[in-house]
Ligand binder design. Structure first.
Ligand code: SAH
Length: 679
């Protein structure tokens, strides 16, 4: 059997359906899963174990048999903990077949076959009774169904169903309770991920300002959660406007309601400012007393002891629909609305009439301005980066002339507007809906065709003298996928003047060897987890990672994942946009010496764009900030990370290599880069 997977072709920018091996999806799921990260989360594991032991003891003290329901057993870890703690029987439910199979193997290997029954079903399909999946209802409910937003993976409907059909009344639950916390802040940096700030352009005929459409001002945006490693956000990037308050909590030992609802709290601002952002995180109490607590609180809230790095649970950034000035000491009301799977916020000055329950809107936010559908949060941040805009403006000023006919190839880009204001005679671009607000509909011609299908009538029989791109394309996953610009440039060659200026004139691929502070954990085997042998899972992940013969680099936003450089950054390939894409592959080999001590966890790769003489933009490394080699990365882009499994898997730091050799191949037919490294 074959499956079809949608993927953007980096040479055409178009989505294509590729036939993949039937196991492709499954291998992707396992390889990119968070199971390894969860097994490495010592704090989580220890606290679950403590909570499970305490729950089993409470049930035993009552003289009852301990019957456990573990929903979403994954590797079987929590059921094995329960069985070790003396539970009489565990029903371990897992909907994902490969995981259920792995759980069976792991349970067997650890000798718990007679105590744990793995059931490969969604919990809502599980039956209870003499002929059912479960003989009787359970009296201990154990789950780990939480995402960064707590409820995004469907914990609420799953609990609601379990209380109705699968567990006894008055059952013990581990965790016992979850609590969601919020803090109101002002942050230009985070606000720039959700609104377009005015762009000022100093043109020959005075200052021009690019404004966002008015629909955007009050647009609630999209409901998808913005989850980040908030601990990487320096305190200088936001101003705290309120104390941390409890927004809502869920008691998992009682019937749970998943229906949409809302919660309102009163806040007394500790500082005057502009309320823009609600920062949020949760904690779980593993027992009713609250003595066993696992928290996602960020660094400025949590005591620094016992700090646990994790990637499967982070913190949430919520954008208020519009910014609201608040005064120190003057109370405001913050409302959290939620449906079954997501949460959103609004702020009000007074608990007015509309606070009458019936009136409070609980429909999830829908983007009305289109911009939130066109631009994701990092892209908003990038477009709002004034330094970056200034570099494009300077470059455009260098190349544009009064008779320039300009074509822009980039998705959702402001470059056509900049080019128009900076004096280009004619500007063309591909599909984009932004110009109405700036009264530019008749100034900038929108071409309703793909670059490959461009005809001279689209260009009113003119030739393009200036071809520009950021380049940026929404379909790009890895940094070099934006080389689609080069392919598009090649496709429109016959429409270019003989002395055309291409901006950027070229791009280069850069590489550096790094040691990660924590990110290496997501690809590192676990072996023994709290005394249980989970190597079967390690092997499964490894097998899935090796599923494609050439291992692939993966995208990560490295500003969230600190690392230090072990080698100097090196330019490894260049791409000359003044010429067309060559027929042959571009290949390079070499060796970089490791100038700093550390574990070579992997290579980071990124693109730099050379806009015009002396002006370049890096989508990766910004600088190495100190002698220790700590790196500062472009905060709007994902970089490519190629993990060195041999280093990540070895326990010891014994033979540190002094150099890394590499071979990198850009296949011009596919637009993909294959790479190989030797330590
Ligand atoms: N309990 C494991 C794994 C947690 S990951 C541990 O703590 O290490 C959550 C798992 O729950 C995933 O494997 C997912 O496939 C499964 N899952 C989520 N909701 C489920 C449901 N309602 N029924 C069955 N499995 C579910």
């Amino acid at each position: 059997m074959k499956t079809f997977c949608g993927r953007a072709n980096p040479t055409t920018g178009a989505m294509e359906w590729l036939e993949e091996d039937e196991n492709y999806d499954y291998h992707q799921e396992i390889a990119r899963s968070r199971y390894a990260d969860m097994l490495h989360d010592k704090d989580r594991n220890v606290k679950y174990y403590q909570g499970i032991r305490a729950a089993v003891s409470r049930v035993k003290e009552r003289g009852e048999k301990a019957i456990v329901l573990d929903i979403g057993t994954g590797t079987g870890l929590l059921s094995m903990m329960a069985a070790s703690a003396g539970a009489d029987f565990c029903y371990a439910i897992e909907v994902f077949k490969p995981m259920a199979n792995a759980a069976v193997k792991i349970v067997e290997k650890n000798g718990f076959c007679d105590k744990i029954k793995v059931i490969n079903k969604h919990s809502t399909e599980v039956t209870v009774g003499p002929d059912g999946d479960m003989q009787c209802r359970a009296n201990i409910l154990v789950t780990e169904l939480f995402d960064t937003e707590l409820i995004g993976e469907g914990a609420l409907p799953t609990y609601e169903h379990a209380h109705k059909y699968l567990v006894q009344e008055g059952c013990e639950a581990v965790p016992h309770r979850a609590t969601v916390y919020v803090q109101l802040v002002e942050s230009k940096r985070m606000w720039s991920w959700n609104k377009l700030f005015p762009v000022h352009v100093e043109a020959e005929d005075g200052e021009k300002i690019i404004v966002s459409p008015s629909e955007m001002e009050n647009c609630p945006g999209v409901p998808s959660v913005c989850d980040i490693q908030l601990n990487q956000m320096p305190s200088s990037d936001f101003t705290i406007l309120s104390d941390v308050v409890t927004m809502f909590s869920v008691d998992f030992s009682k019937p749970v309601r998943s229906a949409s609802t809302y919660y309102t709290v009163q806040l007394e601002p500790v500082k005057s400012g502009k309320a823009q952002i609600v920062l949020s995180w949760w904690d779980i109490d593993m027992d009713p007393s609250g003595m066993i607590n696992c928290t996602m609180a960020p660094y400025w809230v949590k005591s620094t002891s016992a700090f646990q790095w994790r990637d499967h649970w982070m913190q949430c950034v919520y954008f208020l629909p519009n910014e609201e000035p608040v005064l120190q000491g003057e109370k405001v009301y913050l409302t959290a609305c939620r449906d079954e799977y997501s949460v959103w916020y609004k702020l009000q000055k007074a608990r007015g009439e509309e606070e009458n329950k019936a009136d409070v809107r609980v429909e999830s936010p829908v983007c009305r301005c289109q911009a939130h559908l066109l631009w994701n949060r990092p892209r908003f941040g990038e477009l709002n980066d004034q330094n970056r805009t200034r570099q494009y403006i300077e470059s455009l000023m260098k190349v544009l002339k009064t008779d320039s006919v300009c074509l822009c190839i980039s998705d959702g880009s402001l470059l056509p507007v900049l080019a128009h204001y900076l004096g280009a005679k004619q500007v063309h671009c591909f599909f984009f809906k932004f110009f109405k607000a700036n009264h530019l509909e008749d100034k900038i011609k929108i071409i309703e065709a793909r670059p490959e299908l461009l005809t001279s009538s689209h260009l009113e029989d003119k030739k393009i003298s200036v071809l520009v791109g950021e380049p940026f394309f929404t379909t790009s996953l890895l940094p070099w996928h934006n080389l689609y610009f080069w392919y598009a440039r090649t496709a429109v060659t016959s429409h270019l003047t003989s002395n055309v200026t291409v901006l950027p004139q070229s791009a280069s691929l850069h590489m550096m060897i790094v040691e990660f502070q924590d990110l290496w954990r997501i690809r590192s085997p676990c072996g023994i987890c709290e005394g249980f042998d989970v190597q079967t899972m390690d092997d499964m992940i490894k097998n899935s990672l090796n599923f494609r013969e050439s291992k692939e680099a993966e995208p990560h936003p490295l500003w969230e994942y600190p690392c230090k450089s072990l080698s100097d950054p090196r330019e490894v390939l260049t791409f000359d946009f003044r010429k067309t894409v060559p027929q042959h592959c571009l290949r390079t080999e070499g060796s970089v010496s490791l100038s700093r001590k550390g574990k070579s966890h992997g290579a980071v790769l990124w693109m730099e764009y050379h806009l015009a003489a002396g002006i370049s933009i890096s989508t990766g490394l910004i600088q190495i900030s100190n002698e220790k080699g700590n790196c500062e990365w472009n905060p709007h882009c994902k970089q490519a990370v190629y993990f060195f499994s041999s280093v990540i898997e070895s326990e010891t730091l014994s033979d540190l290599p002094s150099a890394v050799t590499y071979a990198i191949n850009f296949n011009t037919k596919t637009g993909e880069i294959a790479m190989d490294f030797q330590l």
